[in-house]
Write a protein that binds this ligand. Structure first.
Ligand SMILES: [Zn+2]
Ligand SMILES: [Zn+2]
Length: 237
């Protein structure tokens, strides 16, 4: 399966990632990617960028080395009401917003009902395009409710390649297969993200692909596989 886009990468701006956006764009071109999304951690992350980083992304070009650059954020879910660590006015200026649960950055997780309620509020935020790594067992969810809410609001669920490399979010496999199966059943889509913190892992989706295949998904169900689906499901009108 061929992939033309990686919508989840962290640059030096995140504080614990090691390449610049120009280095990523160069690597992306070599790897045959046409789109990359710069999605540095929101300001609540220790060592993460100040709000000014996101406000000033407009000074970067639309394309670097012929690779289309989407200027975005991986925002942190801050509370039960689904607020994020950047205001809606600022999020609206960005090309792409991933929203993710991360512990100790506002909302550290609770029982399934509360996590589901928080995430449904996030999904209803019209600035949010992607829910990052939702299979994390530290944040149990009502998968049926989440998947249905995503379809209704045209928000994509990420199958995050880094969740299966044995370093973070251990135990995500079964949840992610379950979520992917439910997405297939209701006719919605998934998005792959490498969650790269250096260029070596850019565009690497081997583990995400295993999950997708286990759940019966094909290329048509994964938005990273064609220009048409990137335009339809990711790019702002
Ligand atoms: Zn990170
Ligand atoms: Zn994350």
């Amino acid at each position: 399966m061929k992939f033309i886009a990686d919508f989840h990468i962290h640059t030096v701006a995140s504080g614990h990632a090691y390449n610049t956006i120009y280095e990523y764009a160069q690597a992306a071109r070599k790897k045959g990617l046409k789109y990359i999304a710069m999605t540095d951690h929101g300001p609540a992350m220790a060592g993460g960028p100040h709000l000014y980083h996101f406000q000033n992304l407009r000074c970067l070009p639309e394309k670097i080395n012929g690779v289309r650059l989407l200027k975005g954020i991986e925002a942190n879910i801050a509370d039960l009401d689904g607020n994020l660590d950047v205001s809606d006015d600022n999020l609206a200026e960005l090309d792409i917003v991933i929203a993710s649960f991360h512990q100790h950055l506002g909302y550290s997780g609770s029982d399934k009902d509360k996590n589901t309620r928080a995430l449904i509020n996030v999904i209803r935020n019209p600035n949010v395009r992607i829910i990052g790594h939702p299979g994390n067992p530290q944040f149990p969810l009502d998968n049926d409710a989440i998947v249905e809410e995503c379809r209704k609001n045209r928000v994509l669920i990420e199958i995050n390649n880094s969740s299966f490399t044995g370093v973070v979010r251990l135990g995500s496999h079964d949840n992610c297969v379950d979520i992917a199966k439910k997405i297939k059943k209701i006719g919605w889509k998934v998005v792959f993200g490498s969650d790269s913190h250096c260029i070596d892992t850019l565009g690497r989706f081997e583990r995400s692909l295993e999950i997708a295949k286990e759940a019966g998904l094909s290329a048509d169900d994964i938005v990273n596989t064609s220009e048409r689906s990137v335009r339809e499901y990711i790019l702002k009108a």
